[in-house]
Ligand binder design. Structure first.
Ligand code: AVI
Length: 322
C-alpha cells in the first residue's frame, strides 16, 4: 500500500516558509504573501487611503471610468474570477456593469478569510451577482473555477491593483503563463500594473509619514510572534523602503537595529541578526508599457485594449488568451 501523502497544514507551511527564508545564505527574506493576515489586510486597506499612495485610487478611477468600454470586449456568458479580491471595492464597477446584461457568478479568491468576508459584505448588495468566495492560493482557486465552467461559457480573470508587481520578474511572467495554461482561447484577463514614476514619489508611497506602511511591514514579525511562538522585539527592527534601480522595484525591508538573536519556537529555529542586517519582505515592481506588452505576449495573451491613468501612472490592460 502506498504511504499516505503528507498534507501540509497552513501553520506548518507558514513555519516551513519562515524557516527557509530566514536561513537563506546572504539576504534573509520572508514571502510577502504572509503580510496579509487579518491585521495586515486591514493595514493595507488604510495604506490605500494614504495621500502618498496613489496606486489603489488610480486603479479604481480607471475601473470606474471605463467599466462600460471594458464590458464591450467581454463575452456575455462569463464567470468572473478575481485573484486577491481585497475589500472588493474597486471590483464593484465591473460587476455592476457586467451584471446589467445578465446574471453572473463572481469568485473572489483569497488566502485571507477576513478579506473574503469583507469582500462579500461590500458587494452583496449588487443584484444579479452570485458571490462564491474561495479561500485558496490563486492558481488552485482558478483551477476550481475553470472546473465549474459550462459549455460555451467564458472566464474573465481580474488581477488588479498591480499585485503582479509583487512577483519579482521573471516570476511575474511565469505566473501569467500559469494563468494562461488554465484558461481557454477567448477567455480574458484584466491586469492592473503600476507604472514607473519618480523615485522620491515611490519612496514616499512606501515610507509614508504616518508610519502605516511601517506598521504593515512590522506586523509580519508580530504575526510570527503570535502564530509561531517567537520573540521578535518589534522596537529593535525598523521599516525601510528603497528603490532598486537594477530591478526597477521598490523593496521593503526590516532592518535590525542591533546584533540580536531571535527564537521561533514552533519552527524550531534560532536566528541571529547582525546590526544593520535586513530581512527583505516585499518587492513592488514598476513597469514600463513596453515591458507589460512583452510580458503578456510571452505568456500567451494578446492585449486587446489598455487604459492609463495620467494622475498616477498606472495601466489597466485587457488581455485575451490566444
Ligand atoms: C498589494 N500590492 C500591490 C501593494 C504594492 O504596492 O506593492 C502592497 C504594498 N506594500 C506596501 N504598500 C503597499
Amino acid at each position: 500500500m502506498p504511504a499516505p501523502a503528507l498534507v501540509e497544514s497552513p501553520a506548518n507551511q507558514f513555519a516551513a516558509d519562515i524557516s527557509a527564508g530566514l536561513q537563506k545564505a546572504g539576504q534573509k527574506e520572508l514571502p510577502s504573501k504572509y503580510l496579509y493576515d487579518t491585521l495586515g489586510s486591514k493595514l493595507f486597506e488604510v495604506i490605500s487611503e494614504l495621500p502618498e499612495y496613489g496606486l489603489t485610487r488610480a486603479d479604481e478611477r480607471l475601473l470606474r471610468a471605463y467599466a462600460h468600454e471594458i464590458m464591450h470586449h467581454i463575452p456575455r456568458d462569463v464567470m468572473v474570477c478575481e485573484l486577491g479580491s481585497g475589500s472588493g471595492r474597486k471590483t464593484r464597477w465591473i460587476l455592476e456593469t457586467l451584471s446589467r446584461r445578465r446574471r453572473l457568478d463572481y469568485f473572489p479568491i483569497e488566502i485571507s478569510a477576513t478579506a473574503l468576508a469583507v469582500c462579500r459584505r461590500e458587494l452583496s448588495d449588487i443584484e444579479s451577482v452570485g458571490i462564491v468566495g474561495l479561500e485558496r492560493e490563486y492558481l488552485d482557486g482558478l483551477l476550481e473555477v475553470a472546473a465549474r465552467r459550462r459549455d460555451g461559457q467564458h472566464i474573465l480573470v481580474l488581477f488588479l491593483g498591480s499585485t503582479i508587481g509583487n512577483f519579482s520578474p521573471p516570476a511575474d511572467a511565469n505566473f501569467l503563463h500559469e494563468i494562461r495554461m488554465i484558461l481557454q482561447p477567448g477567455d480574458s484577463l484584466l491586469l492592473g500594473t503600476d507604472l514607473e514614476k519618480p523615485i522620491p514619489q515611490l519612496i514616499d508611497a512606501y515610507q509614508d509619514a504616518l508610519g502605516v506602511t511601517a506598521a504593515f511591514n512590522l506586523n509580519l514579525l508580530a504575526r510570527i510572534n503570535r502564530e509561531l511562538d517567537a520573540d521578535f522585539a518589534l522596537e529593535q527592527f525598523e521599516h525601510i523602503a528603497k528603490f532598486n534601480a537594477g530591478t526597477r522595484g521598490v523593496e521593503m525591508h526590516l532592518r535590525s537595529k542591533l546584533r540580536q538573536t531571535v527564537a521561533i519556537r514552533r519552527a524550531n529555529l534560532v536566528v541571529t541578526f547582525e546590526e544593520g542586517e535586513t530581512i527583505w519582505t516585499e518587492n513592488s515592481h514598476k513597469y514600463s508599457l513596453a515591458e507589460v506588452s512583452r510580458m503578456v505576449e510571452a505568456a500567451g495573451f494578446r492585449c486587446q485594449a489598455q487604459w492609463i491613468d495620467r494622475e498616477w501612472p498606472f495601466a489597466e490592460s485587457l488581455l485575451v488568451a490566444e
